[in-house]
Every structure is written in C-alpha cells, then in structure tokens.
Design a binder for this molecule. Sequence first.
Ligand code: OGA
Ligand code: MN
Length: 193
Amino acid sequence: PGLLRASSPALERRLRGLALVRDRFVSEAEAAELLRELEPLLARRPYQFEHWDGAITGYRETERELGGEVGQALLTRIAGAFPTGRPPQPLIHVLDLHQHGHIRPHIDSVKFCGCTIAGVSLLSPSVMRLQSCHSPRLWLELLLPPGSLYILRGAARYDFTHEILPDEVSFFRGQRVPRGRRVALICRNAPQG
Ligand code: OGA
Ligand code: MN
C-alpha cells in the first residue's frame, strides 16, 4: 500500500487488486542471477533513441524464455498472478531502459496482450503512472523498487494508460526517485479468442 498513491481514495478503492506492487518479490541473489543470464543478450544491442514517436525511447529489448532454475521458479511464482486458464506466455519481454530513457503513456495492444500484465523491475527504482483514458484527472502512481513485481489487470490494464516516468520528473509522494538503468521482465497472457 505504501507503494501506491492515487488521485483520490475512491480511485484507490476502484483499482485495488487491479494495479498492485509487491515489494521484494525477487531477492538480490535471484536478481543477480537473472541479470547474469540476460546481460550478454542485451549487451549486443544498441539502445534505441531515434523512435521519438514511439511509446518507448532509450531502450533495448529482447524476448526470451527464462532458462535457468531461478528464472523457471520466478515464472512459476508470477504465473500465480494470472487467472486460471489464462497463463503468462512462455516468452518473457525483457526491456532494458537507459537512465535517460522512458516509456510514454500507452495501453498495451489488445492484439498482442490479454487481460494481465506482470512485471519484475531490476536495478533502478522507477515510478509507473496510470492515467484514466476517460477522466484524465484520475491517476495512480506505483513506486517500483528493484526486486518488486507489479501487476496490471482488468480496468487498470484496459482503461488506464501506463508510463514509466523520465528521470527529470521521477517523483513519488513528492520525493525524488532518481532513475538509473532499469531492466524489466514483463509477462503477458495471450489475447482471448
Ligand atoms: C511495455 C511497458 C513497462 C515496464 O513494454 O509495454 O509498459 O515495466 N513496460 O517496463
Ligand atoms: Mn505497456
């Protein structure tokens, strides 16, 4: 609860269970092991800044089945956040955000993503901001410490945009959250039908 901040108590109630953060979902040892597995794959790619009109700037990414023991165990735990019969897809989206990169407000395409998004954050803390598509004055901010898991489902996934704030405006409850390089492991289930 300390990791969420909403524009109003009513909105906080409305999104309870639909947008949430679990701190310390991944231990420091697990994080180090995951990064050891992923760094060589990421290091081959340059960060992309040029797609200024895209949702994400300053990033590199890959898709990957988590092979190792730690990755498999992690995937099993993340799968618990998904509805029965709608499990996460086996390919994990690995998104490496440069310290000067950020993710602009967007909604994940319903062509490629089902009802649930779950992401593990590694390395740098960041602030994820959700904003209502219908009433822009309604917003929810999530503080994502390294090792945390966030989940977006239902209305939080479909009726709100989400973004990762750039370093210059990375604040939570008035406190600065300096943004360094951040690696996210994002699980999504398949669209229905
Ligand atoms: C995305 C996205 C969030 C994250 O790639 O669509 O919203 O945690 N990523 O990096
Ligand atoms: Mn997204």
